[in-house]
Design a protein around this ligand. Structure first.
Ligand SMILES: [Zn+2]
Ligand SMILES: [Zn+2]
Length: 329
């Protein structure tokens, strides 16, 4: 990757100072969980497997990488190391970690609609659509992401950045974000780039697990469309931006077309637009846990004019979904 490689991770102790003003909520979330190995660990814990050996067995991670990611998740209070039973510690989700469930559900929904069914990094890739059971009503259903105020399904272009988000400024502090990407992940990423089929199979994690990819997608939701627009909004170098725009097109998340002569305009594809709940959940989670005292939501729902608070609802009985009542049967 050469000059496209992200800078190396700052020491963990820097995390608190990095969460000062100037970083967006989505960036903070991505800084904590935006890494392919971290997503794999969390997905495994949500499935009820909690021990070191479980992770090794589940996805063949090296001990050095696993120890590093577990330590970070504990330091960020996403996981709790539980040694009560003696022997090897078990890892449990904290309240903060449990609150990531809607984002994992968002990833699952996206995968059922747009994935290849081969992605080992999403919730339940081998389970066909319509086999999610809401145990409260007993029906299989497709979860729906709805506004809590007007109960309409949330569509990205029926929302707008509220003043709080504008005041927050562009995502330019990305270069200062505390990264959890390591050389192991970069190698993984590089290998995948050589194989289009691997890339396609893992496209969701390629988007969420790469801070620049997710920043580009977030900017696209704010109607940024040109190369210079992305450069300005993200403070990203031209080589890095070129690589990310190329990858996101290869992944089918962005498409480009010429305008004004030779210039290109980049737009989200249908699959890209469908990432909106995942993006919103990243923002919500980051706001809630790493930006205390700030307005929890900085997006307005244009249909009802309320600050957007969106939650997953049952596609059958329309009740709000809580983790304990959803079974991936
Ligand atoms: Zn609404
Ligand atoms: Zn239901």
């Amino acid at each position: 990757m050469g000059s496209n490689s992200p800078p190396s991770s700052p020491p963990l102790a820097d995390f608190e100072s990095q969460t000062a003003e100037g970083q967006s909520a989505a960036q903070r979330s991505i800084a904590v969980i935006g890494d392919a190995w971290t997503l794999r660990i969390l997905r495994t814990v949500f499935r009820g497997k909690r021990r070191y050996g479980d992770f090794i067995k589940e996805f063949g991670v090296s001990r050095a990488v696993l120890t590093d990611r577990l330590n970070k998740l504990v330091a960020h209070e996403v996981l709790l190391r539980d040694t009560r039973e003696g022997g090897h510690p078990a890892y449990r989700l904290t309240e903060r970690g449990l609150d990531l469930w809607p984002m994992f559900l968002a990833m699952w929904v996206w995968e059922t609609d747009w994935g290849t069914g081969q992605d080992q990094d999403t919730w339940a890739p081998d389970v066909p659509r319509r086999q999610v059971v809401h145990t409260t009503c007993g029906h299989t259903m497709q979860p729906q992401f709805k506004c809590l105020h007007c109960l309409h399904v949330v569509l990205p272009f029926e929302t707008a950045a509220a003043p709080a988000m504008t005041a927050e400024g562009p995502l330019q502090a990305a270069s200062a974000a505390p990264l959890v990407i390591t050389s192991a992940f970069r190698r993984d990423r590089q290998d995948a780039l050589h194989s289009t089929s691997t890339l396609q199979a893992q496209r969701l994690v390629r988007v969420i697990g790469d801070r620049w990819n997710s920043a580009v997608v977030a900017a696209a939701f704010r109607a940024v469309r040109t190369f210079s627009g992305f450069e300005q909004a993200l403070g990203i170098g031209p080589a890095q931006l070129s690589a990310r725009l190329a990858e996101l097109q290869k992944l089918g998340i962005l498409s480009s077309r010429a305008y004004a002569g030779a210039r290109l305009e980049y737009r989200l594809t249908q699959a890209g637009i469908a990432l909106y709940p995942v993006t919103l959940e990243l923002v919500r989670w980051g706001n809630r846990w790493y930006w205390p005292g700030k307005p929890a939501f900085s997006v307005q729902h244009l249909l009802c004019q309320h600050p957007l608070e969106a939650r997953w609802h049952c596609g059958h009985c329309e009740a709000e979904l809580v983790r304990e009542t959803v079974r991936f049967a």
